[in-house]
Ligand binder design. Structure first.
Ligand code: NAD
Ligand code: DAU
Length: 356
């Protein structure tokens, strides 16, 4: 038997597939339609590994998904595939509706048809794990307690609204059809293979090129950061032992303002790659910080309470923000070719449009 991972050429999905195959002999079918965010270079270390079967295709392609499920005797689906960038959802929400809502719906339909035809024992053991986000819970004020799984859904961007809709569909497929689903709602990830449209890799990339480091608004918005492999270990744990139909929050207990994050990145870069060694006439990378127009509808604060996951399943993150962020900067410094390839072409168009 195998597992089906969707969106496994993206940031978190590729980290998950690499970690899965390092820890287990169970094959992975990786379904990804390679949008701008999907990158086969992320999976280069798996070349020649017969346990990894990559299929270029859409989660909304019912026939294709049904065929993959049957042909590979899939025992679990982990659904990462999504449009994931809030700023892009503000410029153009349509793709988000299409993949995150309609795509998840079609995927669920194919899984339901396959699951219905399984023998009873396999039906019981089957799992559909939906990877979601803390953004569905909306925005917190500074003194609010962190989001628990019971927090009401208050999505504020087209991205978070589309993820919220997909979470509701997943929930409904359990309650209505009995599909054995699990949902994880995670905070902001960072680490290797993170596409440089998101804050942390964008800042590293711009700093090394001597370009402005754009901070939206006053930079005091707070995010709760989790190193990507900790998110992957949480998903594996929930897949193994999570209670069917349950939702598990995943977070790093690392609340930081955006400005704090950018200062930390600048300080690590000053130490590991001083501006002078890159022919930049700057005393410190901090001097590149530039305040720009705020994101419309910008959520002020996210904070995740991951107590349930720790209490029920014994999961805890292994990295602190300090260890994880250093590893991340190191990774980008060690992989200039990955960055150069990904930031050519369409990436430049996006940066031109967003930061004009
Ligand atoms: P990403 O944008 O880096 O990767 C998404 C992947 O999905 C890409 O490889 C893309 O090609 C693929 N994809 C998009 N549409 C598809 C479709 N219709 N069919 C098949 N494949 C498709 O995203 P990410 O940051 O790795 O996020 C993965 C998942 O985790 C998303 O569901 C996201 O909502 C969720 N999440 C992300 C974070 C974060 O901080 N990045 C935090 C919590 C939850
Ligand atoms: O919370 C989980 C979510 O985290 C995921 O569901 C999303 O897929 C993921 O993209 C991320 O969303 P954010 O909007 O929080 O991440 P982003 O890296 O885009 O922005 C982080 C913060 O930094 C946010 O407050 C906006 C700010 N920012 C971002 C960019 C790209 C800036 O100040 N300047 C920038 O140029």
């Amino acid at each position: 038997m195998s597992i089906l991972v969707t969106g496994g050429a993206g940031f978190i999905g590729s980290n998950f597939v690499i970690e899965w195959l390092a820890a287990s002999s169970e094959p992975v079918v990786n379904l990804d339609n390679l949008t701008y965010a999907g990158n086969l270079e992320n999976l280069a270390s798996l070349e020649g590994d017969a346990r990894h079967v990559f299929v270029k295709g859409d989660i909304g392609d019912y026939e294709l998904v049904l065929r993959l499920l049957s042909e590979h005797k899939i025992r679990a689906v982990v659904n990462f595939a999504a449009e994931s960038h809030v700023d892009r959802s503000i410029h153009g929400p349509e793709d988000f509706i299409q993949t995150n809502i309609v795509g998840t719906f079609r995927l669920l339909e194919a899984v339901r048809a396959y699951w219905n035809g399984l023998p009873e024992a396999e039906k019981m053991a089957f799992r559909f794990l939906h990877v979601s986000t803390d953004e569905v819970y909306g925005s917190l004020s500074p003194s609010d307690p962190a989001f628990t799984e019971n927090h009401r859904y208050e999505p504020n961007s087209p991205y978070s609204a589309s993820k919220a809709a997909s979470d509701h569909l997943v929930r409904a497929y359990h309650h209505t059809y009995g599909l054995p689903v699990l949902t994880t709602n995670c905070s902001n990830n960072y680490g290797p293979y993170h596409f440089p449209e998101k804050l942390i890799p964008l800042v590293i990339h711009n700093a090394l090129a001597g370009k402005p480091l754009p901070i939206y608004g006053d930079g005091q918005q707070i995010r709760d950061w989790l190193y990507v492999t900790d998110h992957c270990s949480a998903i594996r744990r929930v897949l193994d032992a999570g209670r069917v139909g349950e939702v598990y929050n995943v977070g790093g207990w690392n609340e930081k303002s955006n400005l704090e994050v950018v200062h930390t990145l600048c300080d690590i870069l000053d130490e590991l790659a001083p501006p002078a060694t890159r022919n930049l006439q700057l005393a410190t990378f901090r001097s590149l910080i530039t305040f720009v127009k705020d994101r419309p509808g910008h959520d002020r604060r996210y904070a995740i309470d991951a107590t349930k996951l720790e209490r029920e399943l014994g999961w805890k993150p292994s990295e602190t923000f300090e260890t994880g962020i250093r590893k991340t900067v190191r990774w980008y410094l060690d992989h200039p070719d990955w960055v150069a390839n990904i930031t050519s072409g369409a990436y430049r168009e996006w940066v031109g449009k967003q930061y004009a």
